[in-house]
Ligand binder design. Structure first.
Ligand code: SF4
Ligand code: SF4
Length: 127
């Protein structure tokens, strides 16, 4: 046997191991800001010439970080002038639309990939 490797009979049993990866407090994932190492982030084209957001929420469902929240468009900082130019879209300032919490968005691009209308654009971070 290789030096330093314990025989199976010498190794601790499962109930003798120190507590390691247990989640002790609920909500502790909020302390891990996965957005720190992002190289790009999603930007939403809620109102577009041909393919705007149809509010299906698939981006929110597929996001592996669970960081896409649903807000009123008026709360997202969206350009209201653009909204006024596209009344046929049906989206208003009061519409509920997806928006990412960038503290936790890791820039994977899954939301943009899964959006059926391709109205999410991944934009590189400025360094
Ligand atoms: S880029 Fe990835 S982590 Fe960020 S909002 Fe989209 S799916 Fe979520
Ligand atoms: S997947 Fe696309 S169309 Fe559906 S809610 Fe998200 S941004 Fe809007």
């Amino acid at each position: 046997m290789t030096a330093g490797v314990k025989r199976q009979s010498e190794q601790p049993r499962w109930h003798e191991l120190a507590l390691g990866t247990a989640v002790i407090h609920s909500g502790s994932a909020r302390a891990l800001k996965t957005g720190d190492w992002r190289s790009s982030h999603p930007e939403w084209r809620y109102v577009a010439e041909k393919t705007g957001c149809i509010q299906c929420a698939l981006c929110s469902i597929y996001c592996p970080e669970g960081c896409i929240v649903i807000r009123r468009l008026s709360e997202t900082g969206y350009d209201q002038a653009t909204l006024a130019l596209r009344p046929a879209s049906g989206i208003t300032a009061e519409s509920l639309v997806p928006d990412a919490d960038l503290n936790y968005c890791k820039g994977c691009g899954i939301c943009a990939r899964e959006c059926p209308t391709r109205c999410i654009e991944m934009v590189p971070e400025e360094i």
